[in-house]
Design a protein around this ligand. Structure first.
Ligand code: CND
Ligand code: ZN
Length: 365
């Protein structure tokens, strides 16, 4: 099959023939139909985040089950599925506590399948898996807990987005921060994930939603997704603008860029007692700094959000219900669709901030 392989940081991905082993016990072979291009993938391509290479990236995807290994019960060939980048064992302390997105399995896999081996090979060596998904490929072998069956009449691009951007963004609001009706919210970074924070805030009933970005077309998009105000950080100081728009500070602020400096802005723009949520992934070399006494005397909170703090099997069906009810904008997020062969163009477009979300589409006929 064809797959996009990252052999070296900073280099274009090689789209080439890759060998994929059949699914083993408890594993599922998925034919990828659509897969998103997320900034987390780009962080690894640029070397801001580090993982063992070579690797097949891609963690936001949907497809059709083609085969299942022994013991698989929840899906069968022909099922349409969303791929989940946090496989869960169902037994560890985190799963037992109702926080399966924090399952111990994720820390253990480190570029492999949960049993410690790889299903992907090229040029005579094993390739690494990415978050047990590796969807920038025609097919993927994933753990059974890494797929969720969805209705067959849904567009694959929409299902792919539920694999990361939507579930992370909306989840950051509803699960991590638990924004309450009437709140004021600031969102730093209005890309594929940030726009979902914006619409999550609208769904949660926030009355003031301030979107911050440096690209004018992303500010326009944020207003369509529910922002009541926007600030161009290239032109204006976002902290001051947010404080003015929220009578002294926001109740909640979300950083959806991945930079220490903007996490600090998210904390600084809060009202007393406010909560900032760090969703963006800062480079591995960066540390987050807080404003000492002001953080404590104003009783602020800084929370981290992984995968929307989601209970995926509970949350994704609810997100689909919101989509069917016309309250969650998903089709509008997809602004370009390219074939896998053009993955490097899609990555460059993300880096420039073109459009909203680019989807790589495979032929599934
Ligand atoms: P994308 O690149 O689409 O959006 C980032 C946006 O930030 C762009 O619109 C930029 O113009 C904007 N931006 C950059 N610098 C600034 C600045 N200084 N001030 C204001 N705006 C700025 O990225 P994405 O939406 O795909 O991902 C956003 C982050 O979320 C990224 O760091 C990614 O790795 C992370 C993420 C986290 C998780 C999680 O589970 N926590 C899941 N997926 C993605
Ligand atoms: Zn992502």
């Amino acid at each position: 099959m064809r797959a996009a392989v990252l052999y070296e940081v900073g280099q274009p991905l090689a789209v080439e023939e890759v060998e994929l082993d059949p699914p083993r016990q408890g594993e599922v072979l998925v034919r990828i139909a659509a897969t998103g291009v997320c900034h987390s993938d780009l962080h690894y391509i640029k070397g801001d985040l580090v993982m063992p290479l070579p690797v097949v990236l891609g963690h936001e995807a949907a497809g059709i089950v083609e085969a299942v290994g022994a013991g698989v019960q929840s899906v069968q060939p022909g099922d349409h599925v969303v791929l989940l980048f946090a496989p869960a064992c169902g037994r560890c302390r985190y799963c037992a506590a109702g926080r399966p997105h924090l399952c111990e399995m994720r820390l253990r896999v480190r570029g492999r399948m949960p049993d410690g081996t790889s299903r992907l090979h090229a040029r005579g060596e094993d390739l690494h898996h990415f978050t047990c998904v590796s969807s920038w490929a025609e097919r993927a072998v994933v753990p059974e807990s890494g797929v969720l069956r969805v209705e067959r009449d849904l567009p694959f691009a929409v299902c792919a987005l539920l694999g990361c951007a939507v579930t992370t963004g909306v989840g950051a609001v509803l699960n991590t921060a638990q924004v309450t009706p009437g709140s004021t919210v600031a969102v730093f970074g209005l890309g594929g994930v940030g726009l979902n924070v914006v619409q999550g805030a609208r769904i949660a009933g926030a009355v003031t939603i301030v979107g911050v970005d440096m690209l004018e077309h992303r500010l326009d998009a944020a207003r369509r997704f529910g922002a009541t105000h926007t600030v161009n950080a290239r032109r204006d100081d976002p902290v001051k603008a947010i404080q003015d728009l929220t009578q002294g500070g926001a109740d909640y602020a979300f950083e959806v860029i991945g930079r220490a400096a903007t996490v600090r802005q998210a904390v600084d723009c809060l009202a007393r007692g406010g909560t900032a949520v760090a969703v963006g992934l800062p480079p591995a070399r960066e540390e987050l700094a807080l404003p000492g006494p002001a953080f404590i005397l104003n009783e602020k909170t800084l929370r981290a959000c992984f995968y929307g703090s989601a209970r995926l099997r509970h949350d994704i069906p609810r997100l689909l219900a919101l989509y069917h009810a016309g309250r969650l904008m998903l089709d509008e997020l997809v602004t370009a669709a390219l074939p896998l062969e053009r993955v490097n163009e899609a990555v460059a477009a993300l880096d420039r901030g073109d459009g909203l979300r680019t989807i790589l589409e495979m032929h599934t006929a």
